[in-house]
Structure formats: structure tokens, C-alpha cells
Design a protein around this ligand. Structure first.
Ligand code: SF4
Ligand code: SF4
Length: 427
């Protein structure tokens, strides 16, 4: 089997991509002929009839298949619904794919604007969940005040990705407004912006503390920020939220700021696009734009065995269709030439210990992987620290046998969660 380094990241000392002081120009992708939005789906069999093919939609309109629940998407364009179809995402997540054909005649929905004079958590949760950056507002709303600290990521957790770094540095006014709204609606006063060590200066008075982390991966992952910045170790099986800390991407906070400044719900997504020749671009496009449209705008072609990755090189996932749309949390699209792609293999573990030496959670990965390969997930959790894993992907990256350890770990956690919910297992 072939073994190659991914995108030239040849050493475990992986540096984050740092933008130059003079930020690059943002490159805009035109509105596509078709927008697809993934609406969460409750029922395994039925598509509710609350929305129908041919229904007109406005820009910024809330589209909800289940009006009694806080599931919805926001239309980024004006036009008509041209299809509704079931879609299964990663790890069996069910959605209804709502496809909208823009008509070029933009009509703005002002329902949100009419309510912005009195910001509440309910209002932001009812309209801005699913805004660019995917603010975890439902999580805040459901926390019943247990969240005491909000950490804003002005540094992207995955290397090569510079989306949130770009946004945090270029949209300080919106960031400040978003922080002000978050304080107002949550009563959380402890807000920290995370950035790379050397760029702590330059934020000015934004209503939050600014703290630096090392510019090497995985310093910006939540568990590492908890340990290095907040001085708290997240126990195995617990989450940052369990310790009263909630993470927002800078883009999510800026979306909130922009929404309250303009009265319009933002619907354009900024992301890092990396071509096969490894040149990075900061791109802005509508949520719901097919990824193929971005490739086309840059004259990029995909050949057999090339790869498209959504998310960063360490924790991202493969995209298998050019029609796959940009999501509110799509922070990067990376096209990898077949000659540079990291391959997996069916070689056995040779017990070299590289994964153990590089694991920031000090897990005996060489032992863990044996149980994961045998689908013995409960043993992996009980005896080999599966739940201590912070999902950095370094073990897969350094594994000389190219065992997809990280993917095994994510699958094991998913299967264990699924086993806890009998109805999900039946779906
Ligand atoms: S992904 Fe691998 S290296 Fe990272 S914490 Fe988990 S087991 Fe350790
Ligand atoms: S790096 Fe790969 S081959 Fe080496 S001990 Fe870990 S799992 Fe085994």
C-alpha cells in the first residue's frame, strides 16, 4: 500500500497557518443556480408537508418543517423551493435537503428585523442558529445558566485553515457587537477570544479578554484551550460544557453582531479554499452553494483518486459529490491531488509507539486500536481510555501503518452513543 505525507505536513510539529499583517482580498463566488440547505429530520420515513415544492421563499426567511420545534434553516436567497428529499449525512444523521432555485429578484424577509430592539436568548436561538459559523445557541439556551464562560475561536483549530483568524482580524466592529449581544442575552460576562500568541495585540477594547495559544497544532482544540488557557482538565467522558465553558467560532459571534447591526440574518459563508497546488484563498459564498461551484470558479478540476476534504487536514472529512453544499460550519474545502493524498492501508499495527508518543491525551493508542479494529467498543472505552481522546487525529497522521485510527475512534464513539438510544438504533 502507498503511504504519503498529507500536503507536506511531514512532522508532528505542525504550525497553524498565520495570515500576513496585510490580509488577503476575499474572493466572492457568484450565487449559484441552485441552493441546497440541510434541515434536521425527526422522522425516519416522512417528509412533513409544512413546506412544498413551488413555495416562494424570501432572503432571510426562516424555513421550518417542524414549527413546534426549534429546527429550521434560513434561506440565503429569494426564489422557489424546487425539491425536498431525504439526505443521510455523516454517521447516519438524517436531514431533509431543501433545494431552492433563486429567481434573481431579491425580497428580504423582515421578521427578524422587527424584533431586534429587545435581544433575548430566545430570539437569537430562534433566528441565528445555523447562521454562518454555526453558533451553538441551542446549547446555550438549554444550559439553564450553567455556562459561565464563552471562548471565541479567533484561531482555527485545524492547521492550514485560516477562516476564523481572517474574520476575527478583519471584522472587529461586528465581533465587538456580537460579544455585547452575547453578554446581554446570556448574562455570561467571562468571554475570552483565543488567538495565536503573537497576534494578541490589535484587538483593542472589544469587551472580552484576548489570550494567546501556541501557534502549533493542536493548541486551539477545545480540550487544549481548557487546559492551557483556563487551567481546567476536561475529565474523560465529560464535555467543556459540563465544566461551564462553551466554544464559539469567531464567525458565529460576528454573524450575531452583523444581524443586530443590520437587521438582516447573515447568510454568506467565509471559508478557506485550498487548491491542489496548495495555494490558499479566502472565499465568500452563499450557504447552500454546491462545492463544485467553488472549484469551477477557480478553474479546479477533480480527477480520479483526487480528494476533496471539508474541514481541516487533521479532523476534516471526505466529500464525495461536487453537489454537496457549503454548510454554516464549512470552514474549509481542500482539494488534494491524488499524488499527495494520505492513504490508509490494511497493514497491521507494528507496535512502533509513534501514536502513543504523539497523543496529547497520553492514551495507549497502540492498545486502543486493537479493540477498535475488532469492534470491541465497550472494552475500548472501559479499559483503553476511548473517552479521553480529544479527537486531534495526530495518531492517524503519524501511524506508520497508515491505520485510520481517528476514523475508528469517531465510529466507536458514535456507535456507543447510538447504543444508548434504542430508537436511534432502530432508525
Ligand atoms: S485522536 Fe489519537 S492522538 Fe489525538 S487524542 Fe485521540 S487517540 Fe490521542
Ligand atoms: S503508530 Fe500505528 S503502527 Fe505504530 S503503534 Fe501506533 S497504531 Fe501501531
Amino acid at each position: 500500500m502507498i503511504k504519503k505525507a498529507f500536503l507536506g505536513l511531514s512532522t508532528p510539529q505542525i504550525e497553524y497557518a498565520m495570515l500576513p499583517a496585510h490580509l488577503p482580498e476575499i474572493e466572492k463566488i457568484p450565487t449559484p443556480e441552485r441552493i441546497t440547505l440541510f434541515h434536521p429530520k425527526k422522522d425516519a420515513f416522512n417528509i412533513p408537508s409544512t413546506l412544498g415544492i413551488g413555495d416562494p421563499v424570501k432572503t432571510g426567511e426562516k424555513l421550518s418543517l417542524y414549527p413546534d420545534q426549534n429546527f429550521y434553516v434560513i434561506s440565503p436567497v429569494s426564489g422557489t423551493i424546487s425539491s425536498l428529499s431525504p439526505y443521510t449525512g455523516d454517521f447516519g444523521k438524517s436531514y431533509i435537503a431543501i433545494t431552492i432555485t433563486p429567481d434573481g429578484n431579491e425580497i428580504i424577509d423582515d421578521t427578524f428585523q422587527q424584533q431586534i430592539q429587545s435581544p433575548t436568548l430566545e430570539l437569537v436561538s430562534n433566528y441565528l442558529t445555523g447562521a454562518p459559523g454555526n453558533p451553538p445557541l441551542n446549547l446555550l439556551a438549554e444550559s439553564n445558566g450553567s455556562i459561565k464562560t464563552i471562548v471565541i475561536r479567533g484561531l482555527d483549530p485545524d492547521p492550514l485553515v485560516a477562516t476564523n483568524q481572517y474574520i476575527a482580524q478583519s471584522r472587529l466592529k461586528n465581533l465587538k457587537k456580537g460579544i455585547q449581544i452575547l453578554k446581554e442575552v446570556t448574562a455570561v460576562q467571562d468571554i475570552i477570544v483565543i488567538t495565536a500568541g503573537e497576534s494578541v495585540q490589535g484587538y483593542g477594547h472589544i469587551g472580552a479578554q484576548v489570550k494567546g495559544v501556541r501557534a502549533t497544532y493542536p493548541s486551539a482544540l477545545p480540550h487544549m484551550v481548557m487546559k492551557d488557557v483556563l487551567g481546567q482538565v476536561v475529565p474523560a467522558g465529560k464535555t467543556c460544557e459540563d465544566l461551564g465553558v462553551c466554544f464559539f467560532n469567531a464567525e458565529a459571534v460576528i454573524s450575531i453582531g452583523r444581524a443586530f447591526e443590520s437587521g438582516q440574518i447573515p447568510t454568506s459563508k467565509i471559508l478557506t479554499f485550498i487548491k491542489k497546488d496548495e495555494t490558499p484563498h479566502i472565499v465568500e459564498t452563499s450557504i447552500g452553494t454546491p462545492i463544485g461551484n467553488i472549484l469551477e470558479a477557480f478553474g479546479e478540476t477533480v480527477n480520479e483518486y483526487d480528494r476533496i476534504i471539508s474541514g481541516g487536514p487533521m479532523t476534516g472529512s471526505a466529500v464525495y459529490a461536487l453537489e454537496h453544499p457549503v454548510q454554516p460550519d464549512t470552514d474549509s474545502i481542500i482539494v488534494v491531488d491524488r499524488d499527495k493524498a494520505a492513504y490508509i492501508s490494511d497493514y497491521p499495527c507494528i507496535n512502533c509507539g509513534e501514536c502513543v508518543r504523539n497523543c496529547p491525551a497520553k492514551i495507549q493508542v497502540n492498545m486502543l486500536v486493537r479493540f477498535l479494529e475488532a469492534n470491541q467498543y465497550e472494552e475500548a472505552a472501559d479499559s483503553y481510555d476511548l473517552y479521553s481522546c480529544i479527537e486531534c487525529g495526530l495518531c492517524s497522521y503519524v501511524c506508520v501503518s497508515k491505520i485510520p485510527i481517528f476514523q475508528y475512534i469517531k465510529l466507536a464513539k458514535y456507535e456507543l452513543e447510538r447504543a444508548k438510544i434504542p430508537e436511534a438504533a432502530d432508525a
